[in-house]
Design a protein. Structure first.
Length: 359
């Protein structure tokens, strides 16, 4: 017994318990092949007999061998990794776009590295791009407001291609976006065609490109139709802000139709209207934007503009891969179509509120 009370047992230092990293030579010895053959199997080289390939794969599995992807990347001149820079995962659009980017990249044999910007400031953006320069990525997809991207002094690593989602940066970068203006026009025209004299708008935050594009299209559509433009009401994308705005809109007796800039704000608006005794759609019609999975379960089910976030993600990946393979930088904007999904939250206005303004 030693002075610590142990019966003849000796503690083994932690460093001695760590297993040595399995090498390519170890796999070669177990499989009975050359290290060059192991390298070919590891890199997916077609010139290996299938029985030999299976023999090598079995040895890799038995030994727990993991190929050195960094060394392979340096040899090939590519890392097969796409970086993604974005502000937040709290919005439906960002989450669904990110999911589509990741799955599309995986189908092409690429991994993704997420670089969230904790605070949407110039310093935050600059920090994300600094981290990007330290990582092994072949391309980057940016999901952020372009004014911050431009305002920050950012520099990309050499040969890293860029695609920006949800932005107006088409003259500086390759952009993929949903048809914000087209979707808004369809929403407003739907309400006007039902007989509403005009359409109120619950807008998103002023600093958002998507919100401003929808606001501009709402105003232009009413102007083209010769209708009055009601005062703009703003929210911050959240259901709570929609509720607060809804309490104010419910006090407007001439408000019979509201186009909301997203479905979450529409949810809060529906609650406020109900609490104030304004029935939807009998007294007030409501149209959202996004077509989130829960939109059909609102009370009443929400008429909304469908955005194909999955297609946006796919086209972002297609865009960066096309630039990488052609070794060229693209500019311009690709618009993904939107469409109206009609449910039960819209109807003709009350009889006394219907009709067009006098010519």
């Amino acid at each position: 017994m030693d002075r610590h009370g142990n019966h003849g047992r000796r503690e083994v230092p932690l460093m001695q318990t760590r297993r040595r990293r399995v090498s390519m030579a170890d796999v070669a010895r177990l499989a009975g092949v050359s290290s060059q053959t192991v390298s070919r199997v590891s890199n997916g080289h077609p010139g290996v007999v299938e029985t030999t390939r299976q023999q090598v794969l079995a040895a890799m599995k038995e030994l727990g061998y993991r190929p050195n992807s960094a060394a392979r990347a340096l040899k090939r001149g590519e890392f097969r990794t796409i970086g993604i820079i974005l502000f937040t995962l709290s919005t439906t659009g960002n989450v669904r776009t990110l999911e589509a980017i990741s799955s599309s990249a995986a189908q092409e044999g690429y991994a993704t590295t997420l670089l969230p910007v904790a605070v949407p400031t110039q310093d935050g953006v600059r920090g994300a791009f600094t981290r990007l320069g330290e990582l092994a990525v072949d391309a980057v997809i940016v999901i952020m407001e372009v004014h911050l991207l431009d305002a920050a002094t950012v520099s990309l690593p050499p040969n890293v291609q860029v695609v920006v989602a949800d932005s107006d940066a088409g003259d500086r970068y390759s952009v993929v976006d949903t048809d914000q203006a087209g979707g808004t026009r369809e929403a407003v025209r739907h309400l006007l065609d039902l007989g509403h004299r005009t359409v109120w708008h619950l807008a998103g935050p002023e600093e958002s490109f998507a919100a401003e594009r929808r606001t501009a299209a709402w105003r232009a559509t009413l102007t083209e139709a010769g209708r009055a433009i009601p005062p703009l009401v703003r929210g911050d994308w959240s259901a709570e802000s929609g509720y607060r705005a809804g309490l104010r809109l419910a006090e407007q007796p001439d408000c019979t139709a509201v186009f909301t800039a997203n479905d979450q704000m529409a949810l809060g608006l529906l609650r406020a209207l109900r609490e104030k005794g304004r029935a939807v759609p009998e007294d007030v019609s409501v149209v959202g934007f996004d077509d989130i999975p829960e939109a059909g379960s609102f009370m009443p089910p929400l008429t909304t503009i469908h955005q194909d976030f999955a297609e946006v993600g796919r086209r972002c990946v297609d865009g960066v891969l096309r630039q990488m393979r052609a070794d060229t930088t693209e500019r311009g904007t690709t618009l993904v179509p939107t469409w109206l999904v009609r449910r039960d939250s819209t109807a003709p206005p009350p009889a006394e509120a219907s009709g067009r303004p006098a010519e």
